[in-house]
Design a protein around this ligand. Sequence first.
Ligand SMILES: [Zn+2]
Length: 307
Amino acid sequence: MNKTIKQIVIGILMLAIFIPTISFAKKIKVVATLPDLASITEAVGGANVELSAICKGYQDPHYLQAKPSYARKMNNVDLLVFNGLELEIGWLPPLIDVARNPQIRPGKIGCLDCSEGIELLEVPTGKIDRSKGDIHPLGNPHYTLDPRNGIKVAETIANRLAEIDPENGDEYFRNFDNFKSMMDVKIYEWEEKAKLFKGLEIVTYHKQWEYLTNWLGLSIEGYLENRPGIPPSPRHLKSFVEMIDQRGIQILLAANYVDVSQAKKAADRSKAKLIILPTLVKGKEFIKSYTDLFDYLIEQLIENMEE
Ligand SMILES: [Zn+2]
């Protein structure tokens, strides 16, 4: 056999041997409750991870309807990544029960609460009284709206992936380092832009913007909800509107998945402008990643302030 042909034949045989190994390399299957956590997991897990998310970016993560298809998604995964602080309390525990996957039960290696290690806001100090219907009984759960917390979440996920898949541990840590470096640059850029609206007083529909406003130096002066998860009474709406105008507050922020009818009423009756924004990745079609989300939020705040 001609030497070149022989080399080609050997090459083809080698490919035939190795291609199946490559294409069937076992990936770590991960399901994330929220698209933000999925985006961060994607950055850290890279090609070793097969990923899906449950809640869509335009859905309210407090009140998702548990569907059998979600339980099927969770049935054979190696890792469940969730927000915690009871954000998903209404739908995640029943799904875990139905999924019949012992790996992702609380306390198991495949069950990861991303709020671990996060510096939380609004943690109640007294006795928790659930009878009042407060949906933030363990503190404000919307911590991914501070990108610095996103870095902490990425570290938590990298550590857990390395535990589950030690063979690729170095890669997860390297991916985390790259994610952190990229985020550090973006955070600096966002902070520079946000200097334009530092100190701005706003009001919001739900108590969910605190991590963002704390980070960027905005001040939230009131909430349209009587308490988190409780719609405003007519009396509260009236005093809320009066307060907005007395204080000269110009912006009322609401997430794009809440029932905005009450917010529209408040905006119509006051001088504040209602701004409806996504709070999750994929909350709009073009928000494909965790960094896209902050690019858009900051751009929108600037745009609405300048008007
Ligand atoms: Zn909430």
